[in-house]
Design a protein around this ligand. Structure first.
Ligand code: GDP
Length: 300
């Protein structure tokens, strides 16, 4: 995860790390290399520029220039700015208004929504909650089957509506609405609704998920995005947030050969916290997202 970004930042900071003094020359050189490292990692251009401007402002402060180890202060300035960029502090799921807590999962097809739905159920179950899943991704029967398989692995019920022929009812809003009634009736304290995605942002998909939001009044809307899609991840996040006003972002596939740009840009561009990171296909490959831990990982 982020190996290339880590290596490049490390190389950039070598310019100043061992230095007893930092000066205009090595500051300028290091800033250039940091900016290049960020852009190579697919970080949004404006985000990268603001990042280096802020670090530069900090390290040209008299107290840093005259410090005993200015190089270390320089590294700290980069670390602090990374933490800030990633959201500063960890933000938990919202506290539900009243049971059942309803969590709506949205995102493009293939982003990892269904897998995350299973992981979240496992995570919440381990915290003592009793989740139920709703299969509102009704267009692909395989998606309903996939959710049922995950649910049986986690040991939680799934709500779906299938006709006598076994084909799912193609009314996602109705499935979501009835799933909430069912969760209430059967005393489940949490309902996680998996929705349909498309390959690209599309009007019909947005309309449907906005309608589901209206029908079930979720306590939490999580937008799931494949971190490997770089700049596209940021654009997709913006599109979903404009329509849904999401509460949090879930970055998936951070285990892959991701360059890290999505992780570093989304918070700042969309102004919504990253709440979870998914790092594999298995059900336990999920971590709560902590900006400081991620920054430490990036700086190695
Ligand atoms: P959906 O269409 O958004 O519901 O996406 P799926 O949950 O079906 O995931 C699409 C593919 O990505 C599947 O093959 C998953 O196993 C895989 N996947 C999901 N999350 C991760 C992850 O964090 N890391 C990796 N490597 N693969 C993942």
């Amino acid at each position: 995860m982020f190996e290339s970004l880590s290596d490049k930042l490390d190389a950039a900071l070598k310019n100043v790390k061992g230095e007893g003094r930092i000066n205009d020359l090595n500051i300028a050189e290091t800033m250039r290399e940091i900016r290049r490292a960020l852009l190579d990692a697919d970080v949004n251009y404006d985000v990268a520029r603001e990042f280096t401007n802020k670090v530069k402002e900090k390290v040209t402060d008299e107290s840093v220039l005259n410090a005993v180890s200015p190089g270390q202060q320089f590294v700290k300035a980069v670390y602090d700015e990374l933490v800030f960029l990633l959201g500063d502090v960890h933000i938990d799921l919202n506290t539900p208004k009243k049971p059942p807590m309803v969590i709506l999962i949205a995102g493009l097809q293939g982003s990892g929504k269904t897998t995350f739905t299973g992981k979240l159920a496992k995570y919440l179950k381990s915290k003592g909650r009793s989740p139920m899943l709703a299969a509102a991704d009704v267009y692909r029967p395989a998606a309903v089957d996939q959710l049922e398989t995950l649910a049986s692995q986690v040991g939680v019920p799934v709500f779906s509506i299938r006709g006598e022929d076994g084909v799912p009812l193609k009314d996602a809003v109705e499935v979501a609405r009835r799933a909430k009634d069912e969760a209430r009736r059967t005393g489940r304290d949490t309902l996680i609704i998996d929705t349909a995605g498309r390959l690209h942002v599309d009007e019909a998909m947005m309309k449907e998920v906005v309608e589901i939001k209206g029908a079930v009044e979720p306590d939490e809307i999580l937008f799931v995005v494949d971190a490997m899609t770089g700049q596209d991840a940021v654009n997709t996040a913006k599109a979903f947030n404009d329509q849904l006003n999401v509460d949090g972002v879930v970055l998936t596939k951070l285990d892959g050969d991701t360059r890290g740009g999505a992780a570093l840009s989304i918070r700042s561009v969309v102004q919504k916290p990253i709440k979870f990171a998914s790092t594999g296909e298995k059900l336990d490959a999920l971590t709560e997202f902590y900006p400081d831990r991620m920054a430490q990982r990036i700086l190695g």
